[in-house]
Design a protein around this ligand. Structure first.
Ligand code: BGC
Length: 379
């Protein structure tokens, strides 16, 4: 049977499609309404090229905007906050007509967005919510809480505590697990953590899962900038501090494939991944190609697939709506309070990928070819 447990299609609630209200003046710019797409430039600010996920996002957004006729100014900020601030300033100075921004630090862009608002430039927050400002018009993302639920569920399924159909499994533990979170300046990290911990906490409370290090708070589990190296180092430290007595680690909650790869390196260096000492059950996110190969090879257990093609489509649709003087369609107008206002959002569903559905979810959908999965890299 296929492991469809983690399928988190959002179902009817999201299909209803509410119409966004608000917009803080965006969408009423008569200059752009009457202009041809060829005369309009859209600034696209992406966080980093060190993660394949964001390379795919940038490429998809750029291609789809160009297809619609717009000029595109796509810049990557090298995971450096001042660089992203400067790049967005520059986009505004150079006359961007709309901005699509995936923030490094969701709280750091207020002065750039003030400038955008002054010039009537609509701002679309891409995947990561921009916080603490009035001047973000729309948010496109996935259901980030459900990503966390899917990660927690995948950990339980991998350990055999749950069956693939979601029913209670036969494994009773106790299992030793360790917990990793993302970068705390990324709003998403908190949603992922909350979803995962709401799922795992009952099993921690009843002793089925044991966090041997005792590090069960998000601050302790956090990984600044989602860094693979930082995660590797923390895993090494955890092995030294909590597993030198010969006890074995059975599972790791990891919120992102890059972090998972750092964890895997630390574990391999410590002798895990042999018949005597199998690799713990390790989760992930983004279906990055290197990690999909690790799943195919039985090293990583699961990842959460977020179809960046669909996210790009929503970002492009939102930008087009504003530039044509309309409001984009939201399907969630309650969840994403950025500290100043609830930002109307369009949220996409996600799907859990295990070894046995790589073919149906990732290859049959054309996201990767079988050759790319076998090679662990894209062409
Ligand atoms: C994204 C995740 C990604 C992480 C690290 C988050 O904001 O939602 O998909 O794994 O950043 O890049």
């Amino acid at each position: 049977m296929n492991k469809k447990l983690g399928l988190t299609a959002l179902g009817a609630t999201l299909a209803i499609g509410l119409t966004a209200c608000g917009g803080e003046g965006a969408g009423s710019n008569t200059d752009t309404e009457n202009a041809a797409p060829e005369d309009l430039t859209i600034g696209v600010s992406m966080p980093t090229e060190t993660s394949e996920r964001w390379i795919a996002d940038g490429a998809n957004v750029e291609a789809q905007l160009e297809e619609a006729g717009y000029d595109v100014n796509l810049l990557y900020a090298g995971d450096d906050i001042p660089t992203q601030m400067q790049q967005i300033d520059q986009m505004i100075t150079e006359g961007a007509d709309a901005l699509i921004v995936a923030a490094i630090d969701g709280t750091a862009l207020s002065s750039q967005l003030d400038a955008a608002a002054d010039q009537g430039i609509p701002v679309i927050s891409y995947d990561r919510l921009i916080r603490d400002t009035e001047n973000v018009d729309f948010y496109v993302s996935f259901d980030n809480y459900k990503v966390g639920v899917a990660q927690g569920t995948a950990l339980l399924t991998g350990l055999g505590i749950l069956n693939e159909d979601g029913s209670e499994g036969t494994a009773t533990g106790p299992f030793n697990v360790e917990l990793f979170a993302g970068s705390l300046d990324d709003n998403n990290a908190h949603f992922f953590w909350d979803g995962a911990m709401d799922t795992l906490q009952p099993y921690i409370d009843n002793g089925t899962l044991v966090v041997k290090s005792g590090q069960t708070g998000i601050e302790q589990a956090a990984t600044l900038r989602w860094s693979q190296e930082t995660a590797q180092k923390r895993m090494e430290d955890l092995l030294t501090s909590s597993y030198s007595d010969g006890s074995v680690l059975n599972g790791v909650l990891s919120p992102f494939d890059g972090i998972s790869r750092g964890i895997i390196t630390a574990l391999q260096n410590a002798g895990y991944g042999t018949p005597e000492k199998p690799m713990p059950v390790i989760t992930g996110q983004d279906a990055e190609i290197a990690s999909v190969k690790l799943i195919a090879d039985g090293v990583q257990d699961s990842t959460i697939f977020k179809d960046t093609r669909l996210l790009a489509e929503q970002a492009v649709a939102a930008a087009e709506a504003y530039l044509e003087g309309e409001e984009p369609e939201a399907n969630d107008t309650e969840t994403y309070d950025n500290g100043v206002k609830v930002v109307p959002s369009y949220l996409l569903p996600v799907e859990t990928v295990y070894q046995d559905n790589i073919q149906s979810v990732l290859i049959d959908s054309g996201y990767y070819t079988a050759e790319e999965v076998a090679a662990g890299q894209t062409d």
